[in-house]
Design a protein. Structure first.
Length: 157
């Protein structure tokens, strides 16, 4: 009987962790960085961030191996004029998806150490306000594939 209780104590938490894990992660899909033309020293990174947790999180910092200076930006249309402004964070509601895309929110890479060539990759670290970070490898492309640029994501509840 003691062995059965001991096995139950060891096995049941493992199953509950596994069941919770698939719904308790922040994941990134459809990431890409814009390839740079000759002489350019800036680029941008785009992605879809899926918050599969039951708490709201904020993307508060981004780091990359290709630059020492990154900023989170948002592009808005004000009085018919497109304006790009730095923002402090990207709010990602619980069980929701946020898209960082051209002409919207995105990550700017300034003072690139080298040109970003199509077919290469960029290492990016996403830092969230809950103390967690996520490291991803982002492919460099000339532009988004049609589905990446036009596909609009909605909150998942």
């Amino acid at each position: 009987m003691k062995i059965l209780l001991l096995l139950s104590a060891l096995v049941l938490p493992a199953f509950s962790v596994t069941a919770d894990d698939k719904h308790s992660a922040t994941k990134v899909t459809q990431s890409w960085a814009r390839a740079t033309p000759p002489g350019a020293t800036t680029s941008a990174v785009y992605m879809t961030i899926n918050n599969h947790t039951d708490t709201n999180v904020k993307l508060i910092e981004v780091n990359s191996n290709v630059t020492d200076r990154t900023e989170i930006h948002n592009t808005t249309n004000k009085d018919g004029m497109m304006q790009m402004r730095q923002i402090d964070a990207v709010d990602i509601a619980k069980m929701a998806t946020v898209e960082l895309r051209p002409n919207g929110m995105h990550v700017m890479l300034f003072d690139l150490k080298a040109p970003l060539e199509e077919g290469s990759a960029v290492n990016v670290e996403l830092v969230f306000d809950n103390g967690k970070s996520l490291e991803i490898e982002v492919p460099v492309k000339k532009q988004a594939e049609d589905g990446d640029q036009s596909h609009k994501h909605k909150d998942h509840k």
